[in-house]
Design a protein around this ligand. Structure first.
Ligand SMILES: C[S@@+](CC[C@H](N)C(=O)[O-])C[C@H]1O[C@@H](n2cnc3c(N)ncnc32)[C@H](O)[C@@H]1O
Length: 215
């Protein structure tokens, strides 16, 4: 990771420990020459900087999808609420302005493309083969299932699926990324686990190709 972008990644608001950000960066470096990356769950752009750094180094594009209204745990009264991210006029979360500033300051506007909308809506119309898919969106059962239904089938042969906040031990954290994305992906037989760091899991598509039904 280039020093200037490492500083931006460290300074950005978000939920990406450095050792897991390094995993994103390394796999994006390996895979971006073969096709674009897509992230579900932009928030303020912290993980997008790790991915975008690889795109700046090697060429390539990172799409990042978010409705920018925050997940359940980002809403007022919940554990991960940040009052500075509330639109004062509308009284709702809006992480888009902070994301825009973060990516601008990091110098990654050419590499990182925001797609603003519900993940389910965007995935319904998505048709582009993905070389890297990183799922870090809504962590409830319904959004996790929708992300699994909507996105992994667009991963190309040899592409990778990275899933964040995968906790096999329920004592460590919430279940949906583990039960509703990671385990079902392995159960399709189309993916093989290739790396695990912290709560990050990396699965490579070892059978089928983009657009093929999974399982
Ligand atoms: C855990 S945060 C992402 C953190 C980010 N990857 C980082 O490294 O800081 C999850 C994000 O997913 C978004 N999100 C949740 N459900 C969504 C949905 N159904 N469609 C689009 N975005 C969603 C939220 O708005 C929130 O910004």
């Amino acid at each position: 990771m280039p020093d200037d972008l490492l500083a931006h990644a460290r300074a950005a608001k978000g939920f990406m420990p450095e050792e897991e950000g390094e995993v994103l960066h390394r796999w994006a470096r390996e895979r971006l020459p073969h096709g674009p990356a897509l992230e579900v769950g932009t928030y303020c752009g912290k993980s997008a900087i790790w991915l975008g750094a690889a795109a700046r180094e090697l060429g390539g594009t990172v799409f990042t999808v978010d409705h920018h209204r925050g997940s359940e745990e980002n809403q007022a009264g919940w554990e991960h609420h940040d009052r500075s991210l509330v639109d004062a006029d509308l009284g709702v979360m809006d992480t888009l302005p902070t994301f825009r500033r973060t990516i601008r300051e990091a110098g990654l506007e050419e590499q990182v493309v925001a797609v603003v909308g519900r993940s389910e809506t965007v995935s319904r119309w998505w048709r582009t083969p993905l070389s890297v898919l990183f799922i870090d969106g809504g962590h409830g059962v319904d959004p996790a299932r929708a992300d699994f239904r909507g996105w992994p089938r667009w991963i190309m042969a040899d592409g990778v699926l990275l899933v964040h906040d995968v906790f096999p031990d329920p004592g460590d954290g919430g279940r949906p990324p583990y039960e509703d994305i990671y385990l079902p992906a392995l159960a399709t037989g189309a993916f093989t686990e290739v790396e695990a760091v912290g709560s990050m899991r990396v699965l490579r598509r070892t059978s089928g190709d983009a657009g093929d039904p999974l399982g």
